[in-house]
Design a protein around this ligand. Structure first.
Ligand code: GLA
Length: 723
């Protein structure tokens, strides 16, 4: 709900459990009064007199600009007395960049706002647009806020309009600026690397600027585009915290700046390093959207709030709640070494197990027997695949399997027909030694002709071969931010234009093939973000499928992303990434906490393994509705404990699924109880595996005894409410 209190010139925004209140002060500056716990309207006067008089100019005396520095502001401006990092920096034709942004007007409408070319919340809510005008230029900055009564998520974005005739340069254009009141915050980073994505790390927010970012042209394995600020020691069940997530997949930055005055300014958006956007007269620039989330019941509640929001407002509603394909992917089974006969043997083995989709990974196209060639030549390699993809699709069909296909649309190998024909299509300056990574270059997706071409060839393959599933990979960072077609003044637009090109291809494919299911991937989970989830209902979580490492990665990912968005496969042992051996049952249990599938050579399984896999798939089909719709509760943190445990509870609290894994055994261990969560305290539940029946209250307060297990052994419990 959004209210405008005319008398106090205040905007009161409210979601399920939070309020966000702003006020236009006497000098016309838009300042934040409160973000956090839900407040009553009656408290407004108190807030204004308290925060307004103490922290901001009270008279219409603009000589007091320097008080900017202590004002909790909704948009930090540059060069006029606010000495914290600015939210936007606008350089005018005369080279001056100082601006003073003051309230001009506002508008409240029903529904969400659209951001041209960028993924964003799809529907519902109520939107407030506040226009600030610069005193020194014809530039207007429009701050956009959407709130939903049913969520704790608030969406933010900024539009910068050049209402003048002359061009201006945007040297920084962040999406949001939020000011949190004085507290001893801990800040979350989901950092990592290949095969170790989204490792949670908490640090104190000290005075000065803490910055997380990517300069890789993608959101990256190394740093996920979000942070959480927790008031005090982070906890799953209690405490106040704020999440800041970007719906953006390119180079980003998020900063938290604690000032001498105690306030912490958190802001973020497109990475401003190297960014420079020429905004012509009459043009608008739209920033990516940010999703702010507030929880007063710890990290668990914050995760569930984000999860619900992403499932219901960001991810494509066509697929998000639909039963997901159970996939067999051939990557770890064959790598580049396969032919039609080999694939047929995989289909023969897959069909009786209950698998329904075969995904043909890297190597089916061009001259691609290794990772040094072929990218860009999206034409089937008939030498490898006799009869082409048509024959593969036909054999799949005979076995009742659907066919999925791997692409790496943004990439090009120097040893490819495409590169030989269009060397200027690669990112980087023609004639200058390019930066190679995995022996490949990135295609210049700022160019429409390049995106058009890739759309054309991908569409042909999809259309002509009955492809129902695409795995869209991206296996290197983008380095030289340079296009051979952009003018010198516009090279600073490269990184953002690149990701706009990526989104445009995803958008065109989803529009042209509304039934096509797309999974995202980036060398594992290197671009697992809300922007990608808008187009891909699920993302390959990590190339690391080891059941120990995966427990950590999935835990970290679940901090803000829904379990149904995590693509999780059972692979072979010893594990190809870690060399570790874990029981097949544990690999299955861990993978069941996501969108389930297999990534191993089914033709090499023993009869016993085949029986187990058949059972696993049947078991998964009993709980996949929980994975798609349920609430996740993290029970035992594998980063600090000898166990991992999570549970998913159905929304109506009649059903739950608990998975635990023993990580590091010690001899003669104590008897240990696990306290469940999220159940209805007043109902009785039966644990199917043990027959134990107890009240939700007992299961949550007293707990169940953990079984005695060896390292990497696991359990899965199904709980049903007793009628
Ligand atoms: C990346 C992906 C893998 C696989 C390979 C193919 O590493 O994460 O799943 O598709 O590329 O080259």
């Amino acid at each position: 709900m959004i209210l405008y209190d005319k008398q106090n010139r205040a905007f009161v925004l409210g979601g399920k459990n939070y309020s966000y209140i702003m006020h236009v002060n006497d000098c016309g500056f838009l300042q934040n009064l409160h973000y956090g716990s839900k407040t009553e309207i009656g408290d407004l006067g108190y807030l204004i007199s308290h925060i307004g008089s103490k922290y901001a100019p009270v008279k219409s005396d603009l000589n007091m600009d320097c008080l900017f520095d202590v004002m909790p502001s909704e948009c930090g401006s540059y060069g006029r007395g606010d000495f914290r990092e600015p939210t936007v920096v606008i350089e005018r034709a005369d080279g001056a960049s100082m601006s003073r942004l003051r309230y001009a007007s506002h508008k409240i409408t029903n529904g969400v706002y659209n951001i041209p070319g960028l993924p964003h919340a799809r529907s519902g809510g109520q939107t407030l647009e506040i226009t600030l005008k610069d005193d020194f230029s014809p530039v207007e900055v429009v701050l956009k806020y959407t709130v939903w009564d049913e969520y704790d998520v608030l969406s933010r974005a900024t539009e910068i309009r050049n209402a003048g005739k002359e061009s201006v340069k945007l040297n920084k254009a962040f999406s949001f600026c939020a000011e949190l009141p004085e507290a001893d915050y801990k800040m979350l980073r989901l950092h990592g690397s290949w095969a170790m994505e989204r490792m949670p790390e908490w640090n104190s927010v000290a005075h000065g600027v803490a910055r997380i970012q990517s300069l890789r042209g993608a959101s990256s394995h190394q740093m996920n585009p979000l942070t959480v600020l927790f008031d005090g020691e982070p906890s799953e069940r209690t405490g106040e915290c704020y999440g800041f997530m970007l719906v953006y997949s390119g180079s980003f930055a998020i900063t938290a700046e604690k000032t001498y005055f105690g306030y912490t300014r958190v802001q973020g958006g497109i990475n401003d390093i190297g960014f420079r956007w020429e905004l012509g007269g009459g043009e608008s620039f739209y920033t990516p959207q940010a999703l702010l989330c507030y929880s007063e019941q710890g990290m668990g509640e914050l995760s569930r709030a984000y999860s619900d929001f992403l499932r219901e407002r960001i991810i494509d509603p066509t697929f998000v709640k639909k039963r997901r394909p159970i996939v067999i992917n051939n990557w770890e089974a064959t790598y580049f070494d396969f032919d039609t006969e080999k694939l047929k043997s995989i289909f023969d083995a897959a069909a009786p197990l209950g698998i329904d989709t075969f995904v043909l990974d890297d190597g089916w196209f061009g001259k691609r027997d290794g990772d040094t060639s072929g990218l860009g030549d999206w034409f089937v390699n008939e030498k490898k695949l006799k009869g082409g993809l048509k024959a593969v699709a036909e054999h799949c069909g005979k076995r009742g399997l659907k066919l999925g296909l791997w692409f790496e649309p943004e990439m090009i190998s120097e040893d490819s027909d495409l590169y030989r024909a269009h060397p200027d299509w690669a990112v980087g300056k023609l004639g200058q030694e390019p930066v190679r990574s995995r022996n490949q270059l990135a295609l210049d997706f700022t160019r429409k002709d390049v995106v058009d071409y890739i759309f054309g060839v991908m569409s042909d393959v999809i259309k002509n071969n009955g492809i129902s599933y695409v795995k869209w990979d991206m296996n290197r960072p983008v380095t030289e931010f340079y296009s051979n077609t952009l003018s010198a003044e516009r090279q600073g637009e490269f990184a953002h234009r690149y990701i706009l090109g990526v989104y445009s291809l995803a958008e065109r494919l989803t529009a042209a093939f509304p039934d096509l299911f797309m999974e995202g991937c980036a060398g594992g989970g290197g671009r697992f973000d809300a922007g990608m989830l808008y187009y891909f209902p699920q993302f390959w979580t990590s190339d690391d499928t080891d059941a120990f490492q995966r427990a950590l990665i999935q835990w970290g990912t679940s901090v803000v992303y829904p379990v149904s968005a995590m693509s999780c496969h059972v692979s072979v042992c010893p594990n190809h990434q870690t060399g570790r051996t874990t029981p097949l049952s544990t690999r299955g249990n861990i993978a069941s906490l996501g969108a389930f599938g297999y990534e191993l050579d089914l033709t090499k399984l023993s009869d016993e393994e085949k029986r187990d896999i058949k059972r696993q798939i049947l078991d998964y089909k009993r709980i996949d509705a929980l994975v798609l719709n349920g609430d996740l509760y993290r029970l035992i943190d594998p980063f600090g404990d000898k166990w991992f445990a999570e549970m998913i509870v159905s929304k109506d609290k009649t059903e739950a699924y608990v998975v635990g894994e023993r990580l590091r055994g010690v001899p003669n261990d104590i008897t240990r109880r696990i306290k469940l969560d999220g159940l209805d305290p007043d109902r009785n539940y039966t644990v199917e595996e043990s027959g134990v029946t107890a009240s939700g209250k007992s299961l949550m307060r007293i707990g169940l005894v953990l079984p005695s297990l060896a390292d990497y052994e696991s359990f899965a419990w199904h709980l049903k409410a007793v009628k």
